[in-house]
Design a protein around this ligand. Structure first.
Ligand SMILES: [Fe+2]
Ligand SMILES: [Fe+2]
Length: 353
């Protein structure tokens, strides 16, 4: 992609009103995300984009989605619903945990940006609640819907949210002047949960709906969510870069936290406890295939770019990514032991070898 084209894509994504997002691909949102790693980006740049990129859940129209949801086959509905459920619970969890990070952010411009992010996360939770109510028929308001779906949280997901995120944020709440604690919370929240897990999950869901050409209401809202998440992750990278510039020792805290989260993160992605109901790749059209190898590479590449933008050395980034890569092999094998069937990744490994 030439430089002018990338700049055009970024402008198109940044300036698209809500109604136009149905025509934007997640790959285009990704080009925009990459542009946010630029060292010139500061809190004010992210804040200005937030002002321009407002959207309203109440403007979405799910009437076509209600019709089209039933046209997916049962396996597809099951897979998609599981992912959506984790997003719904996740958006609520991140809404509820960001305020100590805002309170402890050392600079006013960072607190201003984080205030916009809390509003975004609240909107994302409301987006899912409305979608679950109108399309998936999980009724009863926000609290009741969350209580209904929360038992579906998986083991890896619980480790990340209930243990790692909750504990990291709790230390920040108790010790707001502890820069290392703040850095560890931002790595957990912005780099791993929003960057590694959410943006990768968004890519799979949006690619799937784009390939089948369905669910325009969800597609529009979820692309708006992905555009918001790009700002959040961009801010996280910028803030960590700034902390390390202020105190180079903090680079080590970033590395150690990334290594600590490798296992639960990959466990969340692979989720060996859940039998995958994917169509046989052999008989699936190439554009409908979702290769676990490709998804792993995407997540590793994106995370690597962000960690380098934070200021970690190439050697350190390679060490971190190796820890993540190795855990996939471990959890794919564990899936096979638990489920007694071959993991779908093996077909891709054989056919791409
Ligand atoms: Fe969010
Ligand atoms: Fe976010």
């Amino acid at each position: 992609m030439s430089e002018t084209t990338a700049a055009d894509v970024v402008r198109k994504v940044e300036e698209a009103p809500l109604g136009d997002l149905v025509r934007i691909s997640i790959d285009e949102v990704q080009v925009q995300m990459d542009s946010y790693l630029d060292a010139e980006m500061d809190s004010a740049s992210f804040y200005r984009r937030w002002e321009k990129q407002q959207w309203a859940v109440q403007d979405l129209d799910f009437s076509a989605d209600v019709q089209q949801w039933t046209s997916l086959d049962e396996g597809q509905r099951d897979t998609v619903r599981r992912t959506m459920t984790l997003f719904f619970i996740g958006e609520q969890a991140v809404t509820d945990t960001l305020s100590p990070v805002l309170h402890a952010a050392p600079h006013e411009d960072e607190r201003i940006f984080l205030a916009t992010q809390i509003a975004d996360e609240a909107r994302h939770a409301v987006f899912f609640q409305r979608f679950f109510d109108e399309v998936l028929e999980v009724h009863g308001g926000l609290g009741a819907a969350l209580r209904a779906v929360s038992p579906a949280a998986t083991a890896g997901f619980r480790k990340i949210f209930e243990t790692h995120l909750a504990e990291a944020v709790d230390v920040v709440r108790r010790k707001p002047h502890d820069r290392k604690a703040w850095v560890e919370a931002v790595v957990t929240y912005h780099i791993v949960i929003e960057g590694y897990l959410a943006l990768s999950g968004q890519r799979s869901l949006l690619r799937f709906f784009r390939a089948v050409g369905l669910m325009p209401g969800f597609y529009t809202g979820f692309t708006a969510v992905a555009r918001d998440e790009s700002r959040h992750v961009g801010f996280g990278v910028m803030a960590l870069r700034r902390r390390i510039r202020e105190d180079p020792e903090l680079a080590r805290a970033v590395t150690l936290k990334m290594l600590e989260l490798a296992e639960p993160t990959v466990q969340t992605v692979v989720n060996p406890d859940n039998r995958l109901r994917l169509p046989d790749p052999e008989t699936t059209q190439p554009d409908m295939r979702q290769s676990p190898l490709e998804l792993r590479q995407f997540s590793l590449d994106q995370t690597g770019k962000r960690l380098r933008a934070v200021g970690l050395s190439d050697t350190t980034v390679d060490e971190v990514l190796e820890a993540y890569r190795g855990n996939y092999e471990k959890y794919w094998s564990l899936y096979e032991q638990k489920q007694g069937v071959e993991h779908p990744v093996r077909w891709y490994q054989r056919n791409l070898a």
